[in-house]
Design a protein around this ligand. Structure first.
Ligand code: G3P
Ligand code: MG
Length: 442
C-alpha cells in the first residue's frame, strides 16, 4: 500500500559531501521526471539533492529517438538543471555534471554493444560472455522510429557504417508499398540512394532468388543484404514499417526482395540465417498529457508480431518469444537492459566517487554496489523489470512506484488484479521516492 511521507522538502546540503553509501538510484523519465515535456514538481530538486550528496544515479528510460547528448541538453533545460553543478567541498577531481552520457541510458543506447559483437547484448550476469558473433559495424542495417532520417544519424554517430531507412527503400522501389505513402514528402526529402540494389531484375525476382535458393548464389557484394533491423523508438508509419520488417523476416539471409519458404515453417528460420530484429522498448502504454495512457513502441512490436503470426505456421513460436529467436527485445523490463544499466551505473559510481569523494570516495568506489532504487511509474516495465532482475542477480534492485504516470491508484484500489507486479513501495512522486529510500538507508 501507499507510503505517506508528507510534503517535507529534502534536507539541505551539508558543507562537505559524505562518503557515498553502497546504494544508488535509477530514474525513469516519462511519468517520473517529466510528463512528455513538462517537469514533474520536485524532480529536479531530487536529482540535485542526490548529486550534492555524492549519491550516484542514472536515468533509465524506454524513450528514445534523439542522440544521447542532445536529449541530455534538452532535459537539462526542461528540468532547469545546472549543467555545471557539482559537489561543493570536494577535495579532488573536477566537477561532474548532474546529467551526462555517463549516467544516461535510453532505449536504444545499448545498441552500441552490437557494433563489434552481434551477440553483445546476450551477455548474462557472472561475466560469462555469449559466443561472439561478427559485429554489425560494417554490415548494412535498417533503422526506423519516429524520424528515421534523424535515427540514421544517431546510428552513424554510434559507429554503424551502412544504415538504410524505409525512405531509402521506398524511393528506390516504390512498388514495394502499393498504397500512397503517408509521409510522401518526408520520404522524398530524406531518402538516400541504397548502397546496393535489391535482388530484383526488371521488377522481378532475380534468378538467384528463385531457384535453387543456394546460399552461395546470393552475393552480398552485389545485392542489398540487411543483417539487422533496429526499431529505435515509436514508428509513425506502421503500415510501411510492418511491411518492410515482414519482408525482411521472410527474406533469404536478409536479402530483401527474396522469399524463403522456410521462414514461414513451424520452426522458422534460424536466427543466424536471417536478418535479426531489435525492438528497443516493449512499453504497450506510456504516460502522456492525455488523461489515459497512450500506445508506446510495444504496441508497434505487438502489431508486427500479430501480422507475422497470421503469415506463418500456427506452430511457429510467437515472434517476440525467445523461442522464436529472430527478435531481440530491449528496454525495461528486459534483463539485457538492466544488465547494461547496472554496468553503466557501476562505472559511473566509480567515476563519481573518485572525482568527488576524496580518499573516502575512492575507498567507497571499491565497495560493491549493494542496492539500486528503481523509481518508475509503469508497473509492467520499471517495476516488473527491477523485481525480476533482483530475483536473479546479486544487486538488489528495489522497485518504487510513483503515482505521477501510468499507474493509477484508483484502479488499483478498485481491482485486485490491476497490479500484476508489486513494487516494494508506492509513493506519491519522485521526491517522496527519494525521501523514502534515504530514510530506509538511514
Ligand atoms: O516512449 C517512452 C515511453 O515508452 C516510456 O519512457 O521514461 O517512462 O521509460 P519512460
Ligand atoms: Mg515512465
Amino acid at each position: 500500500s501507499r507510503i505517506e511521507l508528507g510534503q517535507r522538502r529534502l534536507q539541505s546540503t551539508p558543507a562537505t559531501a559524505p562518503a557515498t553509501p553502497p546504494f544508488a538510484f535509477a530514474f525513469d523519465i516519462d511519468g517520473v521526471l517529466l510528463h512528455v515535456n513538462e517537469p514533474i514538481p520536485g524532480a529536479a530538486e531530487a536529482l540535485r539533492h542526490l548529486h550534492r550528496h555524492n549519491i550516484p544515479f542514472i536515468l533509465l528510460t524506454n524513450g528514445g529517438g534523439r542522440y544521447e547528448a542532445d536529449r541530455i541538453a534538452d532535459l537539462q533545460q526542461r528540468l532547469g538543471l545546472d549543467l555545471h553543478a557539482h559537489v561543493q567541498g570536494s577535495d579532488c577531481g573536477g566537477p561532474l555534471p548532474v546529467l551526462s552520457t555517463a549516467n544516461f541510458v535510453q532505449s536504444h543506447t545499448p545498441f552500441q554493444e552490437l557494433l563489434d559483437n552481434a551477440a553483445g547484448l546476450d551477455r548474462k550476469a557472472g561475466g560469462a560472455a555469449a559466443a561472439s558473433l561478427a559485429g554489425l559495424r560494417d554490415q548494412t542495417i535498417l533503422v526506423t522510429g519516429s524520424d528515421a532520417s534523424r535515427i540514421r544519424i544517431i546510428a552513424e554517430k554510434y559507429g554503424f557504417k551502412s544504415v538504410v531507412t524505409p525512405a531509402d527503400i521506398l524511393a528506390a522501389y516504390p512498388a514495394i508499398y502499393p498504397f500512397d505513402p503517408l509521409l510522401k514528402s518526408v520520404y522524398a526529402a530524406t531518402a538516400r540512394p541504397l548502397p546496393k540494389p535489391l535482388l530484383l531484375e526488371g521488377g522481378k525476382l532475380a534468378a538467384a532468388a528463385t531457384t535453387p535458393f543456394a546460399a552461395d548464389s546470393l552475393d552480398a557484394s552485389k545485392y542489398l543484404r540487411i543483417a539487422a533491423a533496429f526499431v529505435f523508438n515509436d514508428p509513425r508509419d506502421w503500415a510501411l514499417d510492418i511491411q518492410l520488417l515482414t519482408d525482411l523476416l521472410q527474406a533469404r539471409r536478409g536479402f530483401l526482395g527474396t522469399f524463403d519458404p522456410a521462414s514461414l515453417s513451424a520452426q522458422g528460420t534460424t536466427p543466424n540465417d536471417g536478418a535479426r530484429l531489435f525492438f528497443s522498448n516493449s512499453d504497450l502504454l506510456w504516460a502522456t498529457t492525455y488523461h489515459l495512457p497512450r500506445f508506446g513502441q510495444g504496441a508497434f512490436s505487438a502489431a508486427t508480431a500479430g501480422v507475422w503470426k497470421q503469415m506463418v505456421s500456427p506452430a511457429q513460436p510467437p515472434l517476440l518469444s525467445p523461442e522464436n529467436g529472430r527478435a531481440t527485445l530491449l528496454g525495461k523490463p528486459h534483463e539485457a537492459t538492466y544488465l547494461y544499466a547496472e554496468r553503466k551505473l557501476t562505472r559511473y559510481r566509480e567515476a563519481l566517487l573518485k572525482a568527488h569523494g576524496g580518499q573516502a570516495g575512492a575507498a567507497a568506489a571499491a565497495e560493491p554496489l549493494k542496492s539500486v532504487y528503481m523509481v518508475g511509474d509503469n508497473p509492467e516495465s520499471d517495476i516488473a523489470g527491477a523485481n525480476q532482475f533482483s530475483s536473479t542477480h546479486g544487486t538488489d534492485w528495489c522497485s518504487v512506484l510513483v503515482e505521477t504516470g501510468v499507474y493509477d491508484p484508483l484502479l488499483d484500489s478498485a481491482s485486485p488484479d490491476y497490479l500484476r507486479h508489486r513494487p516494494r513501495a508506492i509513493v506519491r512522486d519522485v521526491a517522496a521516492a527519494v525521501r523514502w529510500a534515504l530514510q530506509r538507508e538511514g
